[in-house]
Design a protein around this ligand. Structure first.
Ligand SMILES: [Zn+2]
Length: 95
């Protein structure tokens, strides 16, 4: 179960803001189908209308966006994330 979640490293953004998490193989299958001009793409349990896909991007990008929306911030020196108002405490990346 855990593996199933962690290997879904990509997010398909659909029109209307719906997000669909997929793994690398699914992403490649989806991309290849879209690039070959298919309008409808079946990837395992998913059935996509290619016209409704806004973009495909790494899940890390989405997580980053979600964190920024929540008000979290990332220390530019050490890269750690913190809740709003919390200080990092590192000295320019040195603890
Ligand atoms: Zn820091």
């Amino acid at each position: 179960m855990t593996k199933e979640i962690t290997d879904k490293l990509f997010v398909v953004m659909l029109r209307g803001g719906y997000r669909c998490w997929i793994n690398k193989e699914q992403k490649e299958a989806l991309e290849n189908a879209i690039l070959s001009g298919k309008k409808f793409v079946k990837v395992d349990e998913y059935f996509f209308n290619a016209n409704n896909i806004s973009f495909i991007l790494p899940a890390s990008e989405i997580e980053r966006e979600d964190r920024v929306k929540r008000g979290d911030w990332q220390c530019e020196y050490c890269g750690r994330w913190h809740p709003k108002g919390e200080e990092c405490g590192c000295q320019r990346g040195i603890y």
